[in-house]
Design a protein around this ligand. Sequence first.
Ligand code: SF4
Length: 379
Amino acid sequence: MNYAQSFQAIREKVEAGQRLSFDDGLFLYEPTTPLQEIGELANLVRERINGNAGYYNINTHLNPTNVCVYRCNFCAFRADLRDAKGYLMSDAQIMERGQEAVENGCTEMHIVGGLHHQMDYQWYVNVVRILHDGFPRLHLKAWTGVEINWFEFLTKRSVRDILTELKEAGVGSMPGGGAEIFHPEVRDKICEHKSDAGKWIEIHRTAHDLGLRTNCTMLYGHIEEAYHRIDHLIRLRELQDETGGFQTFIPLAFHPENTGLDYIKKPSSVMDLRTMAISRLMLDNIPHIKAYWIMLGLDVAQTALAYGADDLDGTVRHELIYHDAGATTPQALTVDKIRDVIAETGREPIERDTLYRRVHRDTGNLDRWEIGEELLIGR
Ligand code: SF4
């Protein structure tokens, strides 16, 4: 088959709602496959699933510590205990963040951090419990699969047991971090110590079984090749076939500054948009694809709304992880700014909560809001 025939075969599959294969994914990553044609196909799928919606939320981040036993070589965030930049937040500081979030109208707090060797598992449970008790309306999206695996190591308890306790303490859903690249050819070089693909998937499978929705991610643009990325996407797709528990896939563009991989150039915007579009096409069963503006930059994230993405993440306060790695995006966006960024693309800005329900908000009073019942998926 020549190029035109191959692309036509893929186009026909997408138009008919058929699943793309591993080889189709690889073909789409060929530099000779025109970006705009892939984007057009991804847009078709995006509009089929999410119409003209451009979702965002009002959210904040909390990284209670950056001290970490691991040394993933793509990570600029971690610190050793005695590093000048190492920190551990007190309960009072954590509660201040909760208060600030509520006063600024946040519906969600995204909580991830380092694996602090001096803090026991109950310290991590306590972070969630005090926030949930103090601010019950704030949705806590907490702890990655890597952290859950660390808790397993600390407690010798099962994943199910740990997640059940965390859910009872106030975890409302789980973020998708720690997936990086599943393929051992890459994973063994960038984060050999932390949970492998099988463990990360088992943890998300268990979370889904317990009724916790989760997100999923892929860190691209470092030492991986196209076949590692497609392998990664297909592993996520297979779990989603089984459980249906993933809400959103977030392709994470690698930022090299201050990392052990600082000799690598960060991915181009063409690579960012190609990966966004291919993700939308391969992950036919995951409802949302997010263009995380903190990592992509606002311009690329905005453009990605025409390349398969339907969500820009949120206004985001207190992002540290990618700013430590050289992200030059602002620390936070105003609600008006994120709505303008979406509206400028011709999409309809819709505020959603973490579980993709519409947020009805009194724009004059950010802290007055109600969440609708209806799920904003496939509208
Ligand atoms: S990516 Fe996470 S686990 Fe790895 S070093 Fe950084 S903080 Fe630690």
